[in-house]
Design a protein around this ligand. Structure first.
Ligand SMILES: Nc1nc2c(c(=O)[nH]1)N[C@H]1C(S)=C(S)[C@@H](COP(=O)(O)O)O[C@H]1N2
Ligand SMILES: [Mo]
Length: 319
C-alpha cells in the first residue's frame, strides 16, 4: 500500500466526529487509495462502525436503494457484474471495450454538477450528491440492448427523469431534450485519439420519451455508485432504445424546440438514427437485429420489439 496522508477528519476520535463526516471522509480516503469500486470494503467498514446511513433516522440516504418490484422480472438473469463493468462502449476513452476501465484513472467525477437549461422557467444546477440524497432513488433491473447486437441485464440505481423535468418547469415550446457529456481532453484519451468526432457526445429524446416513466437518470449499478467506465457519476438509461441513447457522464441537459443533432447521427445517420427503438424487424445496414448475444453467458436470444418494454412505450409510436 502506498504512503498516504491521512486527512484530519480521519484522526478525530469517533465520539467527536459525526457519523456522517466520518463516513464521508473514509469514503474520500478510500477513493484516494483508488478503491473507487470497493463497495464491499466500504460496506464492511461502515457496518463495523455502525455507520450505515439507513440505520440512522434522518441520516443521508445511500446505496443500496430498494429494488422497485415493478422492475424485478425473476426471469431475467442478472449479468455478471465483472462483465457489465468490464465490457464498455465509452469512446471518450477508447473504442476498445475491454480497455475503457483501465483508461479512466485521470477522469475526475467528484464534485460534479449537471446544468439544466434552455426552454425552462427555472434553469438550475444540480450536484449529483444532492440528487442522490433528495430524489426518489430506487433500483430497477432492466434489459440493455446495444445496437451492436449484444445485451445484458443490469440493476441500475436512479430516479425517473420526469422528476427532474418537473423541477425546472419546461416551457410549452420545449419539444426535445438534449443531453451533453463532459469534454475534458486532459482526462480522457479518446478525445485526442478520435479528434474527427463531433465531441462532446450528445444525445436526445422527444419530450414524451423523456417523460416516460422508464427513462431513468442513473447514478448507480449493482447497489453502488456507477463505476467511471459505466458513465459515472450520472447518466441516462433508456431501456427500450439501443444503448447509444443511454448517454454517460452528463454535464448538461437542454430543453429545445428542434430535434437535436446527436454525435452518432452526425457521424452515420443511416446507421444510428435519432429514434433508434430496439426493433428486430429493422436490420442495421451492416447486420441483422433479430437476435442478441448476452455478454457474460454468450447465449443468444431473440431480440424483442422495444426491448420487451412495449407495454410502457408502444403507445408513443402509434400515430
Ligand atoms: N458519453 C458516452 N455515452 C455513451 C457511449 C459513449 O461512447 N460515450 N456509448 C454508448 C453505447 S454505444 C452503449 S452500448 C452504452 C454502454 O454502456 P455501458 O458501458 O454501461 O454498458 O453507453 C452509451 N453511452
Ligand atoms: Mo452501443
Amino acid at each position: 500500500m502506498p504512503n498516504v496522508i491521512i486527512p484530519p477528519g480521519w484522526r478525530l476520535p469517533e465520539k467527536l466526529a459525526t457519523p456522517e463526516s466520518v463516513y464521508r471522509s473514509r469514503r474520500a480516503f478510500l477513493k484516494q487509495l483508488g478503491f473507487t469500486g470497493a463497495g464491499a470494503l466500504l460496506g464492511s467498514i461502515a457496518a463495523s462502525q455502525h455507520l450505515l446511513a439507513q440505520d440512522k433516522p434522518g441520516a443521508k440516504k445511500t446505496y443500496p436503494f430498494p429494488r422497485n418490484p415493478k422492475f424485478n422480472d425473476p426471469k431475467l438473469r442478472v449479468t455478471d457484474e465483472e462483465f457489465a463493468t468490464g465490457y464498455n462502449n465509452f469512446y471518450e476513452f477508447t473504442t476498445s471495450k475491454t480497455r475503457v476501465k483501465r483508461l479512466t484513472h485521470r477522469f475526475v467525477i467528484s464534485p460534479w454538477e449537471v446544468e439544466v437549461g434552455g426552454l425552462v422557467e427555472k434553469p438550475a444546477k444540480f450536484s449529483v450528491d444532492d440528487l442522490v440524497s433528495t430524489m426518489p432513488m430506487e433500483e430497477r433491473l432492466y434489459r440493455f440492448r446495444c445496437v451492436e447486437a449484444w445485451s445484458m441485464n443490469v440493476p441500475w440505481t436512479g430516479f425517473p427523469l420526469s422528476k427532474l423535468i418537473e423541477k425546472v418547469s419546461p416551457k410549452s415550446d420545449a419539444k426535445f431534450i438534449k443531453f451533453t457529456t463532459f469534454f475534458r481532453p486532459e482526462q480522457a484519451p479518446g478525445f485526442a485519439e478520435y479528434d474527427a468526432y463531433p465531441w462532446p457526445y450528445t444525445e436526445g429524446l422527444r419530450m414524451d420519451e423523456a417523460m416516460n416513466p422508464l427513462t431513468l437518470v442513473t447514478t448507480g449499478m449493482y447497489g453502488k455508485p456507477l463505476p467511471k467506465q459505466n458513465g459515472a457519476p450520472i447518466r441516462i438509461v433508456v431501456p427500450w432504445k439501443y444503448g447509444y441513447k443511454s448517454i454517460k457522464s452528463i454535464v448538461r441537459i437542454d430543453f429545445v424546440t428542434e430535434q437535436p443533432k446527436t454525435l452518432w447521427e452526425t457521424l452515420a445517420p443511416d446507421e444510428y438514427p435519432f429514434e433508434s427503438n430496439v426493433n428486430p424487424n429493422v436490420p442495421h445496414p451492416r447486420w441483422s437485429q433479430r437476435t442478441e448475444r448476452v455478454i457474460d453467458t454468450g447465449n443468444r436470444f431473440n431480440t424483442q420489439l422495444y426491448n420487451g418494454y412495449g407495454e410502457y412505450v408502444a403507445k408513443l409510436y402509434q400515430s
